[in-house]
Ligand binder design. Structure first.
Ligand SMILES: [Zn+2]
Length: 208
């Protein structure tokens, strides 16, 4: 038997999930022990953090390695989340159908948005995986994710209203929610429904 043959088999099944850091900065990663020389870290397409480490690398050392690369991980995960390949690519017909439906919602909602100082925005549909919609207030563009294709009309209308309300209030403040709830009284329930199966934020306005 080749040296280390059995050993390789044993260590290749030694996988575990670990979490380092705390609160907002906590990072969960999957550790695999391998016959590698150095600790390696990569971000999978789904945003998972995969770490491989030599068989006897002490755990504190691996944790420290992961923590040291927190910025790299954050950027990699953001990239993975917004990767167009990860969201459904619609054929031209379905895309046009979704664009039409979202434009119709926006046209109905726009006159209801109190305090809107912007002209009716340009409506776009894009393969976004990280967000249901986004609103570029300065550019006057509202973009919806192709993931909304086939979703319930009430949910789509909610996302449209949410983005259009950002034309009046750019953040997720109390004023924003008051405005949105006037147009969509069950907004909070719809928001919960929309995020039930995924952890997607509606958009990133709270971080702006
Ligand atoms: Zn928002």
């Amino acid at each position: 038997m080749k040296e280390g043959g059995l050993f390789d088999i044993i260590i290749s099944v030694t996988e575990m999930k670990r979490t380092v850091g705390d609160g907002k900065n906590a990072v969960e990663y999957e550790l695999t022990r391998k016959r590698v020389k150095n600790i390696n870290l990569r971000i999978a397409r789904d945003g998972a953090v995969k770490v491989s480490a030599p068989p006897f690398s002490p755990l504190p050392l691996i944790d420290a390695f992961v923590l040291k690369h927190a910025d790299f991980i954050k950027k990699g995960r953001e990239r993975a989340a917004s990767s167009p390949s990860a969201a459904p690519k619609l054929d031209a017909e379905s895309r046009a159908e979704l664009l039409l439906a979202m434009t119709r919602h926006c046209k109905e909602i726009y006159p209801l948005v109190k305090g809107v100082k912007k002209l009716f925005p340009e409506i776009k549909v894009r393969a976004m995986r990280s967000r249901w919609g986004s609103c570029a207030v300065k550019k006057g563009t509202v973009t919806f994710s192709t993931m909304l294709y086939g979703k319930d009309e009430r949910l789509r209308r909610y996302v449209a209203a949410h983005e259009l309300c950002h034309l009046a209030v750019p953040n997720h403040s109390r004023a924003f929610w008051a405005l949105l709830l006037e147009i969509v009284p069950d907004a909070k329930e719809l928001r919960r429904k929309l995020n039930e199966k995924s952890e997607l934020p509606i958009d990133n306005s709270s971080e702006r």
